[in-house]
Every structure is written in structure tokens, then in C-alpha cells.
Design a protein around this ligand. Structure first.
Ligand code: FES
Length: 141
């Protein structure tokens, strides 16, 4: 099956939903690792939207990428509660450990505000991070 056919199949699977754009984009990101210009065009056509409208949504959310990135990702929460609990002091340690091998992303709240600073790798959330622990997590990602 070509990617165009698969994209159309994903669009069709969500066509009866109210607000199908985000579910479609999440499925495309999960399946292809990115949402490129061709995919944006096919989604726009399927939903009767302009490509600019689809691109606006794709480029707004950090979860959607225009090209695949095979590096492991570590998401670090830098929202207010984690800031108050010291996340900014450990970000440089994470950046040093990441180098170019690991992609560090900023997220705003992982839902565990009282036990921050928090980070997520895949589906696992790590709490009460300090400089040593964030470094270990990034190096192990
Ligand atoms: S502010 Fe970091 S988990 Fe909520």
C-alpha cells in the first residue's frame, strides 16, 4: 500500500468524527514518524480544508514533525510548578548529556506537578529529578 493510500485510509477512518483533524494527524505521526507536505495536502483534500489550515495545525503542535527524526526524545516539563521545583537548574545538565544524539523537548505540564521536576520518555514519566538523575535518564534514552 502506498503512503498516499494509507493516508486516505486513515482520513476515511476518522471521517465520521466531529473534529477529525487532530486524530488523523496523531495517527499519521504515529505511523509515518512525520507529517510532510504531501500528507498535509491529502489531509486537506480529505477534510475539505486548505493546505494552509492543515499546515497551521501541524506546525503549531510540537508533537507533529515535518520530517522523521529517529533520535530518542526526552520531554522535560518547564511549566510553572516544575519551574518552582527547580527544573531550570537541571536543564543545562540534560542539554550536556543529550548532545546531538537525544532530542530534548519542552512540554508544559505532565500532570504530576507536586513531584516535579518531571520528564517523560515514551510513556514513562520520571519525577523528583535532580541534575544527576536527569543526566542518567538522557544518557539512557
Ligand atoms: S508543571 Fe510540571 S508536571 Fe505540571
Amino acid at each position: 500500500m502506498s503512503s498516499a493510500a494509507r493516508i486516505q485510509e486513515i482520513c476515511a477512518a476518522h471521517s465520521a468524527r466531529k473534529g477529525p483533524l487532530l486524530p488523523i494527524l496523531h495517527d499519521l505521526q504515529a505511523e509515518f514518524g512525520c507529517i510532510d507536505e504531501e500528507a498535509e495536502g491529502l489531509v486537506a483534500k480529505a477534510l475539505n480544508l486548505s493546505r494552509a489550515e492543515v499546515h497551521g495545525v501541524v506546525s503549531f503542535y510540537h508533537d507533529f514533525r515535518p520530517a522523521p527524526d529517529a533520535r530518542p526524545e526526552v520531554q522535560i516539563c518547564r511549566a510553572e510548578a516544575c519551574k518552582a521545583r527547580g527544573v531550570e537548574a537541571i536543564v543545562p545538565d540534560a542539554e550536556r548529556a543529550a548532545g546531538k544524539r537525544v532530542r530534548l523537548s519542552t512540554v508544559y505540564c505532565l500532570g504530576l506537578c507536586s513531584v516535579g521536576p518531571n520528564a517523560r520518555i515514551g510513556d514513562a514519566v520520571y519525577s523528583r529529578l535532580d541534575a544527576e538523575r536527569i543526566q542518567q535518564l538522557v544518557e539512557g534514552a
